[in-house]
Design a protein around this ligand. Structure first.
Ligand code: ATP
Length: 302
């Protein structure tokens, strides 16, 4: 629900919004080839999960970002400020916003945290500034900020093609998952840069995952996981194989790396099962979460 507080004595109309911005995982990610523009052509099945950053947006004269996270920039390169500036320019708005960002999604971890924050800012400022833009119009701004940002305007599960930005909504299934992160950041550019033509595939795994989601059987989803980028990341970062082995040893039905890594996830039989796996793995040196797949929006105004 929208929360409205009077914060500014000057205008008497200032408002405050609190939003949750959920992370995503890639149930499959295949690289089909390299495009003329230097990007890779991919096919990926993305799924929003309930590990979220929290953002507070308050009316202000200028754009301003505060965060307690030490591993994200606070200058104009932060996706939060880039999203706010892009919307302000496109909508020719003369107002600003004071944005407070509480990071819970690990940074540069293949979980799309920065993209989720950017989408939350677009949704939140659309409301705070009274723009009444449609989702389609917000999506045009979203894609200029990053290929994953349009996905977060939808949430649930989606098939992404092109550079991942062309989206087709997919049926969701009641999935419980365990995320494991080694606390080591991998650069998306480094991992994509290591993809060799011999690793290219034809999108068949993505089609298999669409069928698995339609079957609504977690065991079939678990058997269909796959990520081309794991073939680049695993030899360079030993934690990837170790985390997957730990997930499987703890009872996960299947495991894979998300996005460009290095977070890996395991599929559980139920949420209780996911918590058992998390408790077993939590004794290791990695950060670990039991999460549920989100069937609705990735961005929620609380
Ligand atoms: P993707 O899977 O979309 O490539 P990721 O999940 O691996 O992204 P992010 O957490 O989005 O990675 O961070 C990627 C880079 O963006 C980091 O180097 C980080 O410094 C920068 N960044 C800018 N703004 C943010 C933000 N709000 N939250 C997290 N990272 C941000």
């Amino acid at each position: 629900m929208l929360s409205c507080d009077v914060l500014s004595k000057r205008s008497g109309t200032a408002r405050r919004l609190v939003l949750n911005a959920a992370a995503k995982i890639n149930l499959t990610l295949e690289v089909l080839g390299r495009r003329n523009d230097g990007y890779h052509e991919i096919v990926t099945v993305m799924q929003a999960v309930d590990l979220s950053d929290r953002l507070v947006l308050e009316d202000a004269d200028v754009l301003e970002l505060r965060t307690t996270a030490s591993d994200v920039p606070t200058d104009g390169t932060n996706l939060v400020l880039r999203a706010a500036a892009a919307l302000r320019d496109r909508a020719a708005v003369s107002r600003g916003a004071r944005i407070t960002l509480e990071k819970r999604i690990p940074v540069a971890a293949g979980l799309g945290g920065g993209s989720a924050d950017a989408a939350a800012v677009l949704v939140g400022l659309n409301r705070l500034w009274g723009l009444r833009w449609s989702g389609a119009r917000l999506a045009e701004v979203a894609v200029t900020l990053g290929m994953d940002v349009p996905f977060f305007l939808h949430g649930g599960a989606a098939l992404g093609t092109g550079r991942g930005e062309r989206l087709e909504p997919l049926p969701t299934c009641a999935l419980a998952l365990v995320l494991v992160n080694p606390g080591v950041a991998a650069s998306t550019a480094e991992i994509y840069g290591g993809v060799q033509p011999a690793m290219y595939s034809d999108g068949g795994q993505g089609r298999g995952m669409v069928a698995a989601l339609r079957s609504r059987r977690p065991s079939r989803v678990a058997a269909t996981l796959g990520n081309t980028l794991e073939r680049v990341a695993a030899p360079r970062y030993r934690d990837v194989e170790q985390m997957e082995a730990a997930l499987l040893a703890a009872g996960a039905l299947g495991a894979a790396m998300s996005g460009s890594g290095l977070t890996v996830f395991g599929v559980a039989r139920s949420y209780d099962h996911a918590r058992q796996i998390r408790d077993r793995i939590g004794r290791a040196r990695w950060a670990c979460w039991a999460v549920r797949a989100l069937r609705g929006p990735a961005i929620r105004i609380r």
